[in-house]
Design a protein around this ligand. Sequence first.
Ligand SMILES: Cc1cc2nc3c(=O)[nH]c(=O)nc-3n(C[C@H](O)[C@H](O)[C@H](O)COP(=O)(O)OP(=O)(O)OC[C@H]3O[C@@H](n4cnc5c(N)ncnc54)[C@H](O)[C@@H]3O)c2cc1C
Length: 406
Amino acid sequence: MKAIVVGGGISGIFTAIELKRSGLDVLVLERKDRILKKMLVTGNGRCNITNADLSCDNYNDKDFVKPSLELNDNGDFRNYLKSLGIITIEEEFGRIYPITLKAQTVVNQLLAEIEDLGIEILTESFVLDIKKEKGKFIVSTNEETYQADFLICAAGGSSAPKLGTDGKFYKLLERLGHKKTEIYPALTQINLKSKYLKQISGVKVNGKVLLKRQDKILKEDQGELLFTKYGISGPPILNISKYVNIYKNELSISMPLINILKGKDEKALKEEIIGSFYLLNHYSLERWLMGILDKKLINMLLDKTGFDKNIALSNLDQNDLYKILENLFSFEFQVLSTRDFENSHVSMGGISLEDVDKNNMMSKKIENLYIIGELLDIDGDCGGYNIQWAFSSAQSCARDIANKIN
Ligand SMILES: Cc1cc2nc3c(=O)[nH]c(=O)nc-3n(C[C@H](O)[C@H](O)[C@H](O)COP(=O)(O)OP(=O)(O)OC[C@H]3O[C@@H](n4cnc5c(N)ncnc54)[C@H](O)[C@@H]3O)c2cc1C
């Protein structure tokens, strides 16, 4: 029995290893010149493989991911990696990395395993057509046509197209009767409207960010935020970015300009700042602000509040102070859009979950055709959840095929 895996990315390679171990003849077809190219750039080259705090709530469809995550959770994944000689460590926010903090370590160990098992990998093999005839899959690339009993589609989404994932593969599955949902960039930065971006680019603030329409809070997240020349970045921004594409218009984000770490008493901090305002009322507004927030943010705050930088605090009244505090604690920016697929880590949307069995990742349209990883309409939060999904969905699919052949 033979299986073809389309896509030598993260989910495809985990599946290929399991299928080969189960005794199948496995062929991986990868359009790029090397496999696992995307894995090398994950987590800024460190590969945030999973998260210590894993729950189905970290994904857009908790019901669909549940069986796969129950079958193979973060602990199972870490043990699996251990069995390949990869020791993992936990960093801030439960993020799990290889102990070397290098994605190359994981790639090297996977390549060594592939070699040991003798899995056939064909690179620069761009799958352009798939048919099923008389129970066999006929898979055509730019070069050749191959046949298999099982077909595993692991071609990824639309994000990071330079790494081989430009969304073209959806069409092949659509032709075979599967529905595709709308695809948007997710886990990406947000473009903001502000004339100060050039000036504030590079400033980091730690706090809670709210995505809002008028006064309604649509989504919120907390952590390190980084101003850039186009807008804003940082893990909380990546997490809320997909909602910019869901809710689309008239959006704003509200965030502090001062550091308000998670779990810290915001009221007490406010009182401390008010105390300092009255204590130092002989200071100019600019001098006082310099002790509270990054100097680069001061002009923007002064512009928004309409006060002169040289005004003495003693010349400001309580309303003026509250106006300043409001902007220090929740400054509003108009949202323009998210960044594009080139800059996004994952795609929101994909092959419709209605067409796939959540227990084993098999298509409900075509027997023995499996769809895994980011190709499906599944996206996880920032923090290792997408690689975990690639692994868990790969394992579900591989187990089902192994059960069928043994
Ligand atoms: C910059 C960046 C950083 C990221 N960091 C993290 C992180 O730290 N932690 C985390 O959990 N997630 C991270 N992600 C997301 C994660 O990498 C993906 O969710 C994951 O790789 C999806 O796995 P996959 O197997 O579904 O697809 P991919 O790993 O994208 O693999 C798909 C493969 O299919 C190939 N392919 C596509 N079409 C064809 C075709 N027609 N024929 C043949 N081959 C084809 C592609 O070339 C590619 O190699 C990051 C993503 C990016 C872009």
